[in-house]
Design a binder for this molecule. Structure first.
Ligand SMILES: [Zn+2]
Length: 312
């Protein structure tokens, strides 16, 4: 056996050794894309990509664990997540996001640091009759019951991803009150505005910004006639102060489908549509998602590699 023959023999041995040590997916990796910094209230996208089969991906963020749908695209396993922080609820600073990846029985976890930066939202001072600011005592039990139903709806985490970008504008009217606006009512600061208000005359058809399933439809003290839609991955959108509701709980709706007509039911000073977006229980600013695309949002991310077989 000559030198080249010996080398060939050595490489065959090495290959055999590698296959023996790491059967199946030799040295498989997953790539995690995430933002290193994000504004308070701003939504962000997480993407996990691997050429090895991903049998499960989940994200732990702000005390919630959300399982993500894995899709096979171009011979790659891809999981997408939409997350954010609620302004006024989550303090700016460093926050940890944990991604758990399962691949054929191997489980790996990576901890990522995301800096939440402060954002200055608008502040308005208003003086209103006290009866409008503080609900009467006889409705407190009703409010508590409705809050519980809403909390349950917002904690839905369906695996199948139905959300996509951009979102459809639910009505054509201009934004009359943006997300995060802080109202100082009778000198008392209130929680920042959890959604966006659109100008909408009474009876304007309201379109679904995202497809999904109706998880809650009711007539609530503050929100009036309201609809909550689950789009999977902890993404729940909602529409308040409707004049009439055109869908039923459990019903599947397409992106852009009419879900009802706008109005001024509940605690509302005039006809408008309040649209809100909850991402794993955090009310975020939906505004950037009306023109945002997934690839556009991924441009603002950094990436980390996770070895899912052989070593760590
Ligand atoms: Zn509103």
């Amino acid at each position: 056996m000559g030198l080249s023959g010996r080398m060939r023999w050595a490489s065959v041995c090495l290959l055999f050794l590698l296959v023996f040590l790491f059967p199946g997916e030799a040295l498989a990796r997953a790539n995690v894309q995430y933002p290193s910094s994000v504004g308070s209230g701003s939504p962000f996208v997480i993407r996990v990509t691997s050429s090895a089969p991903l049998t499960g991906v989940s994200v732990q963020w702000q005390g919630r664990n959300i399982p993500l749908d894995v899709a096979l695209w171009n011979n790659h396993y891809i999981a997408l997540g939409l997350f954010g922080t609620q302004t006024g609820k989550v303090k700016p600073g460093l926050h940890t996001l944990k991604v758990t990846v399962n691949s054929n029985g191997t489980r790996r976890r990576i901890s990522l640091s995301i800096r939440v930066t402060p954002v200055k939202y608008r502040e308005d001072h208003l003086t209103l009759p006290e009866s409008m600011v503080t609900p009467p005592a006889n409705v407190l039990a009703r409010i508590a019951k409705e809050r519980k139903a809403v909390g349950k709806a917002l904690s839905t985490a369906t695996l199948t991803r139905e959300w996509g970008l951009p979102l459809v504008r639910p009505v054509d009217g201009i934004v009359t009150s943006p997300y995060g606006r802080r109202r100082i009512l009778n000198k008392k600061p209130r929680t920042p505005h959890g959604g966006m208000d659109f100008r909408a005359a009474q009876g304007t058809p309201v379109r679904a910004a995202l497809p999904g399933r109706v998880v809650l439809a009711g007539d609530h003290y503050f929100a009036g006639k309201s609809v909550y839609v689950d789009s999977g991955g902890g993404v729940i959108s909602h529409y308040f102060h409707l004049d009439s509701i055109g869908v039923k709980e459990g019903e599947r709706i397409n992106r852009g489908a009419v879900i009802g007509k706008s109005g001024m039911t509940g605690r509302s000073t005039g006809p408008h549509l309040h649209f809100g977006l909850s991402l794993s229980g955090q009310l975020v600013n939906p505004e950037p998602l009306f023109d945002g695309t997934i690839s556009g949002m991924l441009e603002k991310t950094v990436s980390r590699t996770l070895n899912i077989t052989g070593g760590k």
